[in-house]
Ligand binder design. Structure first.
Ligand SMILES: NC(=O)C1=CN([C@@H]2O[C@H](COP(=O)(O)OP(=O)(O)OC[C@H]3O[C@@H](n4cnc5c(N)ncnc54)[C@H](OP(=O)(O)O)[C@@H]3O)[C@@H](O)[C@H]2O)C=CC1
Ligand SMILES: O=C1O[C@H](COP(=O)(O)O)[C@@H](O)[C@H](O)[C@H]1O
Length: 496
């Protein structure tokens, strides 16, 4: 099928010389260009503080592409040059209103100016978002059609998230604001919607009558990648749980939306956030484990502990690992715990969801095999994207009688589907902004309900002022996280 190019737009990238732009945004835009999904008139204005000529800035972006494009995604040099020709560079101090008229000047030179939308992407330190918003307000190029893309973090807590949302709302309507949670751009995360609502087989089993518990693991083998000062002010709870993990939980737990529109999906996610059981001080003691990695090994090489990373404060109490038992107080999920865990410097990069189904009501097989009698659906979000349904069959052979055997019905996407590559999350997200679809972006109330729950948890966590439990880099987190799930006579999936 031939690609249908998005409508022409002018894309303004604040922070275009930064890490995110180089690693993710330009490579993603290049893939859209290469796939024919950017309209020919679409132009990109790169803005940053450094005193580059346009040629130097574009050359720098070209080098970033070379460095960050995956092997096989490079395309031809003509294609890369064609993409780079879309880019203009202007030096601008974002903090000062003086230079912002360059946006109007640039906008008015382009062919998309008459009809196309302006998309403004904030890829700057978050402290600049309100300033930039205020300065955009006075420009001719920013009007009711402008779309604003805001990178995480959206606040550090409920109060700061509300303040930022209010500042954005002073200038832009909610349907102009695209808050990024890049997990929503992952193909396998979007697939949760297809899996749940396109297959009646699962849709009819997706509740407390049929599911005993759910695990969500988002494990990273990396440490904090030179981002110590940002990470230390956030920790894994604010950096990962408040955003990506709660979004995954919402997609797994929400009721069926009436259609695929942005607000139908987001309304259902909000209902889940509102139904999260509040973490009272008693619950926090038993339902939360925080950890911090010490020196160990990662992918076969020795690595320092969190407190020995570059720039570290050796007294930091920030957690790099969180395990939680989350409960949802509604009819669908009463009595079904969601065990979630996420951490840095775990043994491997692996994000997956395990749905544990309840056993059949009456068991008639060998009592020694009763522990096998729970079907599991394993949804591999990354890597090795796909899913496997663990089912029970009769063990083959005359001598086996009615012995049971557990085996997977395995759907590995790379083998089953004839796609040459899985697009990066930012490709999907940028494409949806260009199309004006908000369903993969986080609405204001979602962000705020998520913060409300996390804030309450942190306020009730007396241990959070103390040092988190230690775990060696390259292990699955503190032993206490195993104890947390073992208390319920369960185990984390890989321990099973
Ligand atoms: N890096 C990542 O992996 C991720 C980042 N994010 C978020 O994306 C945003 C950007 O992060 P990141 O790219 O890492 O940040 P960087 O510090 O690497 O880049 C910041 C960019 O903003 C520019 N800038 C900063 N201050 C000014 C100013 N006063 N005037 C003009 N330009 C300025 C810098 O310009 P110059 O280079 O010229 O100084 C640079 O281009 C942050 O909100 C971050 O939380 C979210 C997820 C992942
Ligand atoms: O947003 C973030 O996500 C990354 C993990 O993303 P992934 O796509 O590689 O799974 C995490 O490392 C980072 O700390 C966090 O800010």
């Amino acid at each position: 099928m031939n690609p249908v190019p998005g409508t022409a737009c002018d894309l303004v990238l604040f922070g275009a010389m930064g890490d995110l732009a180089g690693k993710k945004l330009f490579p993603a835009l290049y893939q859209l260009h290469r796939a024919g999904l950017l309209a020919p008139e679409t132009r990109i204005l790169a803005l940053a503080r450094r005193d580059h000529t346009e040629a130097e800035a574009v050359a720098h972006i070209g080098e970033q592409l070379e460095q960050h494009l995956e092997h096989g995604d490079e395309g031809s040099s003509a294609s890369r040059e064609g993409f780079l020709r879309r880019i203009s560079y202007r030096q601008l101090d974002f903090a000062s209103a003086d230079g912002y008229r360059v946006l109007d000047d640039w906008r008015e030179q382009g062919a998309a100016a008459a009809a196309g939308t302006v998309i403004v992407y904030y890829a700057t330190p978050p402290g600049l978002y309100p300033t930039i918003t205020g300065h955009l307000a006075g420009l001719r190029c920013c009007d009711s059609k402008t779309r604003i893309v805001v990178e995480k973090p959206i606040g550090q807590d409920l109060a700061s998230a509300r303040e930022l949302n209010d500042q954005l709302a002073d200038v832009f309507h909610e349907d102009q604001i695209y808050r990024i949670d890049h997990y929503l751009g992952k193909e396998t995360v979007q697939n949760l919607i297809a899996l749940r609502f396109a297959n009646n087989l699962f849709a009819s089993q997706w509740d407390q009558n049929h599911i005993s518990h759910v695990e969500i693991t988002v494990a990273e083998s990396v440490g904090i990648n030179g981002r110590w000062s940002y990470f230390d002010s956030a920790g894994q709870m604010r950096d990962m749980v408040q955003s990506h993990l709660l979004q995954l939980l919402c997609l797994l737990a929400m009721d069926p939306p009436s259609d695929l529109s942005s607000d139908s999906i987001r309304d259902e996610k909000v209902k889940v956030l509102k139904a999260l059981r509040p973490m009272t001080p008693d619950l926090v003691n038993t339902h939360l484990v925080r950890g911090q990695y010490t020196a160990g090994t990662s992918e076969g090489r020795p690595v320092p502990g969190y407190l020995e990373e570059d720039g570290a404060n050796p007294d930091s109490h920030t957690e790099t690992f969180v395990a939680l038992k989350v409960e949802i107080e509604n009819w669908r999920w009463a009595g079904v715990p969601f065990y979630i865990r996420t951490g840095k410097r775990l043994p491997e990069k692996r994000s997956e969801v395990i749905i544990h189904f309840k056993p059949a009501p009456h068991y008639i097989f060998d009592p020694d095999q009763k522990h096998l009698a729970n079907n599991k659906l394993i949804i591999r979000l990354q890597p090795d994207e796909g899913m496997a349904l663990q089912i029970l069959t009769k063990d083959q052979g005359l001598s086996r009688g009615m012995r049971l055997r557990q085996g997977p019905l395995d759907l590995t996407f790379a083998e089953t589907f004839d796609h040459d590559r899985i697009p990066d999350a930012y490709e999907r997200l940028l494409l949806e902004v260009i199309k004006g679809n908000q369903y993969l972006f986080v609405r204001r109330d979602e962000v705020e309900y998520a913060w409300q729950w996390v804030d309450q948890l942190l306020a009730n966590c007396h241990e959070c002022d103390a040092h988190p439990k230690r775990y060696a880099a390259g292990t699955w987190g503190p032993v206490a996280s195993i104890a947390m799930i073992t208390r319920d006579s369960r185990s984390w999936y890989e321990d099973a």
